[in-house]
Design a protein around this ligand. Sequence first.
Ligand SMILES: [Fe+2]
Length: 262
Amino acid sequence: MGLIDLHCHILPGVDDGSKDMEMSLRLARVAVEQGISHIVVTPHHMDGTYTNHKKDVIKKTQDFQNELDKHQIPLTVFPGQEVHLTGELMQAIDDDDILFLDADNRYLLLELPHSGIPEYTENMIFDLLSRGITPVIAHPERNHGFQKDPDKLYDFIEQGCLSQLTSSSLLGIFGEKVEKLTQKIATADLGFIIASDAHNFEGRRFLMKEAFGRIDKDLGMDAVQRFENNAKSIVNGEDVNTDSIKKVSDVKTKKKRRFLFF
Ligand SMILES: [Fe+2]
């Protein structure tokens, strides 16, 4: 089995990711080249712009799988959603309109607004956890609230959440600030999976092979394996170990050596 990508906008024509089936098939070929064997497709849902109902995502994922098989692309896709934090989330769960990262409805890929962490986040997370649902916070490194106070992420993980780091964040695609924060979160064991959040061929690409290369260089092969195993555990609805979490403010990351030439 290859890599599992748990956050990806490869489903054709549903959000700001892949435009059509042709582009999705091209993206799928890149994913396979990257060593990815399984993808949970996670179109945006309830983010104020996109609504992608559960039954539609299931149908479109099946259609996409059929095309992948027809083109003999060795990739397995599962239906999912990137669910935006909204006051309507609980109702949507009751209405059976939410897709999880696993078949047992345990892990929910949760997107917070980029601008910050709303006041009601903690209460909503509490409600989700009370129902046996574990929110997996999508790319905390890109959220202004966590950027300002990264220890807030520790509090959410301690409360019972997990988090997902994005490969391109780690590689500096979103700038040095986001790159450094991603490194720190990974070093503090507060990032549990690395996913692509791939949308296209330009800005947000897969870069999973490259990100795992960086993790190997910075944190070693054990960390690589931990990330890979966590992705497997999540997709299987199994436990993920959070015992080694540390506060970001308590960890030190490797400093780049600078040479000055006069
Ligand atoms: Fe996304």
